[in-house]
Design a protein around this ligand. Structure first.
Ligand code: UDP
Length: 383
């Protein structure tokens, strides 16, 4: 039975990957420092046969060496993610993304362990093409705009993975993810779908940034993790980079309307200028749609769900998670306006508050406390 190491395995994509791998009979080992991941994401996997996790940093060299040695395959997902986090904490973004990848590749190369690197559609930057292909130019904005440090750091990661393949014969495969969505994704770091769904369910205004004409294509997380597994098992994928996304896009304003309709919410939709949502001079991409022929030709990948179906499933997930009580509670915060979530607390402030919370949650998880109780505890901590 194969053992797989997932760095960042307690994150949104990582936790789905772990779940799918366990279902397919792999042994799964997770390394995560819970900086943007959450113990709740993997709570349902605890106790499953073949599942182990370690809460520590990927930068812990001796630990990483041990885990890499034990693994047959490595999925390197640990990274700073989310546009809000990136804009607010560029040092952390650059350092986490580059140093962690350097270390994973260096250690994996010792015994040539096949390694998949999760990259991002952000690397295409301001490319103005109807479809983004893997061989297209990557068009960055100036270094005065913090947003681009994420793309730049991921481009370095991609170069490193390719360099290790070429020079050290390490079997690496790179995937560029296009707005992956699904249950367990948090809106805390800016991702639009969980934010709109939670806003709609709690009766708060849906915060559309800019004029809402920017377009995105959203991809179901299970499609993405299935493709990742097939790619890392496919010898022809090594040394290559693949787009993983959906072929249909939607404007963000239309997305807000669709979420409102599917949740039957009476929330209003408001436009928030980018300067207020992120920072002055923030640059957004008008559209971003992948050409997926390469991955389709190699492994037969194709998106399985359309957007309304994906949203229905996410809404069902959040409805269950945000019980009536929780929604009512979040309404209490409404007086602070939609900015509570949109442009209120910085991530640094959230983190300071949530550190204590996380410790409490870990304790709660191990003592079998349910999620509702944990959230109630968390809210107490935030007051
Ligand atoms: N966005 C929005 N309201 C929000 C969060 C995001 O209008 O509350 C917009 C964001 O400006 C971008 C799109 O939704 O144009 C997708 O944002 P996300 O952060 O999910 O992913 P990105 O494509 O920017 O990496």
């Amino acid at each position: 039975m194969k053992t797989v190491l997932i760095t960042g395995g307690a994150g949104f994509v990582g936790s789905h990957l772990a779940e799918t791998l366990l279902e397919r009979g792999y042994q799964v080992e997770i390394l995560d420092d819970l900086s943007t991941g959450s113990i709740e994401n993997i709570a349902h996997l605890q106790g499953r046969r073949g599942f182990r996790y370690t809460l520590d940093s990927v930068m812990n060299r001796s630990l990483l060496l041990e885990l890499v040695d034990r693994a047959d395959v490595i999925f390197h997902l640990a990274a700073a993610v989310g546009v809000r986090l990136i804009v607010e904490e560029p040092v952390r973004t650059i350092e986490t993304n580059i140093r962690a990848t350097e270390l994973v590749l260096e250690l994996a190369a010792r015994k040539r362990k096949p390694t998949l690197l999760a990259s991002t559609s952000e690397v295409y930057g301001k490319l103005d093409e109807p479809l983004f292909g893997e061989e297209d130019n990557l068009v960055m904005g100036p270094t005065s705009r913090a947003r681009w440090c994420y793309a730049a750091s991921k481009i370095i990661d991609e170069f490193l993975a390719r360099a290790y393949f070429k020079e050290k014969k390490l079997p690496t495969v790179i995937v560029r993810l296009f707005n992956t969505i699904g249950p367990r994704q948090t809106g805390q770091y800016g991702m639009v779908v969980p934010r709109f769904v939670c806003q709609a369910l709690s009766g708060e205004p849906l915060t559309v940034y800019g004029d809402g004409t920017q377009r995105r294509s959203f991809t179901w997380v299970t499609d993405v993790v299935n493709a990742m597994i097939e790619l890392v098992e496919h010898p022809k994928a090594f040394g290559e980079v693949f787009n993983l996304g959906h072929t249909r896009d939607i404007s963000i304003y239309e997305l807000a309307l669709l979420v409102k309709e599917l949740t039957a919410s009476s929330s209003e939709i408001i436009l928030v200028p980018y300067d207020r949502a992120y920072e002055e001079g923030f640059e957004d991409m008008p559209r971003r749609l992948p050409n997926i022929s390469k991955v389709k030709n190699l492994i037969g990948y194709r998106p399985t769900l359309d957007l309304p179906e994906m949203l229905q499933r996410i809404i069902a997930y959040y409805k269950e998670k945000l019980s009536g009580h929780e929604i009512a509670k979040s309404k209490e915060h409404k007086s602070a306006g939609s900015e509570q979530l949109a442009v209120g607390r910085t991530i640094r402030q959230q983190r300071a508050l949530s550190k204590a919370q996380k410790n409490r949650r870990q304790l709660a998880a191990s003592s079998g406390q349910n999620f509702k109780q944990q959230r109630a505890e968390g809210r107490k901590g935030r007051r």
